[in-house]
Each structure stands twice: as structure tokens, then as C-alpha cells.
Write a protein that binds this ligand. Structure first.
Ligand code: NAP
Length: 359
């Protein structure tokens, strides 16, 4: 199975590379682009991005360029796209909503159309920030209606909708609080600040679950592994929702009739959307729950940075254009049951990442 990874030099893309590659030098088959054979059976990868990264091979692919995407899918006979490319700067998205929309929605539609044309599978990464506009204090399930609070979350929700509307075979994985050994992230920032400063304030009124990109990368490889219990080849990875959203007007005739775009309906509702794509939405994060304050305390502790006093504070002490969800815990029951995943507790993965950074 040929897998094209977009945004392969970002946090998740680099983590995927690291876990998929056993042979990173010569192409293993005749190909225009360097193809990497994985230790996972029968998987080969083309890693693409718009910029190079030191020490790794990168094929140039801009996902906003529909012709280039289609050409690469055809030339490489791509079976699966794993889309790790995105506009991920949540604050900057408020000033550049059209750029966020281009990358997180329009380009996702381009990838979906390209895979639809060849009957391939699109694995797309989305976010807990598609939620947050309505108060809730229990973990979000995949069925929960998207209520983004900012331009980034809205653009990511539009990306999901573009996939659903395209008719492509898809797996959407929503995740949150992503960190890794690569790029910029909260863990690396806290490691630096807790080493430099005697005191630090970190918000305790936003709660979620950190996600180690390495664990998400392993989950994606497990999903794509032909020997996994629910591999895409078996066509059982994405059975449409068996039960409907409680507000779905078709399944619940006491409700009003369905809006043309069915905003109140489960996006996978088989009754309202018989034409919709074959696919599924899944949640993924590490196990457990913490605030950013707890996260920062754990980072400092595992790094041995005892000289910095970390103080809990409220979000309004850090004025921001974006209103971030106060509770963005994801319910992972579906992905664990479907693919037989065992997900590490967040502190265990955090320790591993800090060890890697210190190695
Ligand atoms: N980071 C988080 O906390 C978080 C939380 C929830 C969900 N997610 C989602 O998880 C996924 C992976 O996030 P991440 O943190 O790994 O992202 P990332 O580190 O920002 O990586 C994104 C990659 O996409 C590349 N890119 C930018 N424009 C592109 C284009 N036009 N064509 C192709 N590639 C392009 C970026 O290159 P440049 O760096 O050169 O721009 C970068 O290498 C994203 O879908 C994100 O929305 C992230």
C-alpha cells in the first residue's frame, strides 16, 4: 500500500516518519519520488511538505495546488493520503482567517477529491477545537456537534465538512494538545521557560489531554497496518453510524425536517445522508485529564527544573483574540474498540518525550 504523507516535516509528520521508516536512503521501487519502505508489512511512504527539514528526504508538495496533488497521486499510484499538513497557529488564524481556511478547508477538499478520483483513502487529522462554543463538562464524543470558538477551529470544521461532502473514503482523527520532539510546542516552551525563570503563571481553567505525536503516529500506523483488526482493506473501518444523533430529524420524526446542510444532524447519520462518504470520525489523545497548569508542573518535574515556581492563573490574565475551550477532553472509546488500541497515560508519554529531548 502506497501512503503519501503531507506536512511530513511538522510535528506529527516527523513522528510518523520516525516510526515508519526502516530504510531511509535509497528508493525501494522505481519511482519519481523517494519511496520509503516501512517495517509495517506492505506499507511504503512518500513524505511531502512545502519546506525541507534537515536530515530527512522531502518531496515538495503544496496541498493547495490541486494539479500538483492530482499529478503526484497518479504518478505514485497513491492508495492512502495521511494529511498532517495544516495551518496550526491558533492565534494567528484570527488575523489570517482566509489563509487558515485555504489550508485547513479548501486544500483538504483538494486532497479528498484527488483520493475520491482514484478510489483511495484519506486519513485526515482534525482537532478538539472544532468544539468549545457550547458549555460541556463530559468528554466529547465523535457525534457531538461542532461549535468552534475561533477561526482555526472553524477552518478545521470546514475541512471535515469538505471531506464528508466529497464522497471519498475517509478516516478523520480529532486530536488535541499535540506535542513532540519536533517543532514548537508547549512542552518545549515550558522546558525553556522553567529553566530560565524563577516564576511562571500557567492557566488552570482550561482542561484537556496532552497528545504525544509519537503515540498518534503509532495509532495511525496501526490503523493502516493490513494485519490490524479493522484495517482499511477489510472495509470495516468506517461503517456508517449505526445509530443516529438524538437530534437527527429523519430518525426522530418528532423533530423538524432536515435542513439541506443538516447542521443539527450527525454528519454520518445514514438516514439523513445516504449519499455521504464511507468513513468514520475518531478521537485520539493520551489517556487522562489535566489543566495546562498541571501539564506545566509535570514538565518541570520530569525535567528536574525545580528552581521555577509555577503558579496557577486564570485565562483572562493572558488576553487573547481566541476564546479557547475550557474543557476539551476527547472520548476515545470508539478508536480503542475499533482498532484494539491501548493508549498510554499522558504522564508516561510526556516522560518519554522529555527523555528523548534530553538524549
Ligand atoms: N499542534 C496541536 O496542538 C494540534 C492540536 C490538535 C490538532 N492538531 C492537528 O494535527 C495535525 C498535525 O499538527 P502538527 O502540530 O504536526 O502541525 P505542524 O507541526 O504545524 O505541521 C504542519 C506542516 O504542514 C506544512 N505545510 C504548511 N503549508 C503547507 C502546504 N500548503 N502544503 C503542504 N504542507 C504545508 C508545514 O510547513 P511549514 O512549517 O513550513 O508551514 C508543516 O511542516 C494538524 O492537522 C493540526 O491541525 C494539532
Amino acid at each position: 500500500m502506497k501512503i503519501l504523507v503531507t506536512g511530513a516535516n511538522g510535528q506529527l509528520g516527523r513522528s510518523l516518519r520516525e516510526r515508519s521508516v526502516i530504510q531511509s536512503t535509497a528508493p525501494v521501487i522505481q519511482s519519481a519520488a523517494p519511496v520509503i519502505q516501512s517495517e509495517a508489512k506492505d506499507l511504503s511512504f512518500v513524505f511531502t511538505d512545502v519546506t525541507d527539514a534537515p536530515g530527512v528526504q522531502t518531496v515538495h508538495l503544496d496541498i493547495t495546488d490541486a494539479a500538483a496533488v492530482r499529478a503526484m497521486v497518479a504518478a505514485e499510484k497513491v492508495d492512502v493520503i495521511v494529511n498532517c499538513a495544516a495551518y496550526t497557529n491558533v492565534d494567528a488564524a484570527e488575523d489570517n482567517p482566509e489563509v487558515a481556511e485555504l489550508l485547513n478547508a479548501t486544500a483538504v477538499g483538494i486532497l479528498a477529491e484527488a483520493m475520491k478520483e482514484v478510489g483511495g483513502l484519506l486519513v485526515h487529522i482534525s482537532t478538539d477545537y472544532v468544539f468549545g462554543g457550547e458549555p460541556y463538562n463530559t468528554p466529547c464524543t465523535e457525534e457531538q456537534k461542532g461549535t468552534p470558538t475561533g477561526a482555526y477551529g472553524l477552518s478545521k470544521l470546514h475541512g471535515e465538512q469538505a471531506i464528508l461532502a466529497s464522497g471519498v473514503r475517509y478516516i478523520i482523527i480529532r486530536t488535541g494538545w499535540l506535542y513532540s520532539e519536533y517543532g514548537k510546542n508547549f512542552v518545549k516552551t515550558m522546558l525553556r521557560l522553567t529553566a530560565e525563570r524563577p516564576q511562571l503563571s500557567v492557566v488552570f481553567d482550561q482542561v484537556g489531554t496532552p497528545t504525544y505525536a509519537g503515540d498518534l503516529a503509532e495509532a495511525i500506523l496501526r490503523i493502516l497496518d493490513p494485519s490490524s483488526p479493522a484495517a482499511p482493506q477489510d472495509d470495516n473501518y468506517g461503517s456508517p453510524a449505526s445509530s443516529c444523533h438524538p437530534e437527527c430529524p429523519s430518525c426522530h420524526p418528532e423533530r423538524s425536517s432536515c435542513h439541506p446542510e443538516c447542521p443539527s444532524c450527525h454528519p454520518e447519520c445514514p438516514s439523513c445522508h445516504p449519499e455521504r462518504s464511507e468513513g468514520s470520525i475518531f478521537n485520539f489523545s493520551n489517556e487522562g485529564v489535566c489543566s495546562w497548569y498541571d501539564f506545566a508542573k509535570a514538565i518541570a518535574e520530569y525535567a528536574g527544573h525545580s528552581g521555577c515556581e509555577i503558579r496557577p492563573c486564570h485565562s483572562d490574565e493572558f488576553p487573547s483574540k481566541v476564546h479557547r475551550p475550557s474543557y476539551s477532553v476527547l472520548d476515545k472509546t470508539k478508536i480503542k474498540n475499533t482498532f484494539g488500541l491501548q493508549i498510554p497515560y499522558w504522564t508516561e508519554s510526556l516522560k518519554k518525550c522529555i527523555q528523548n529531548l534530553n538524549a
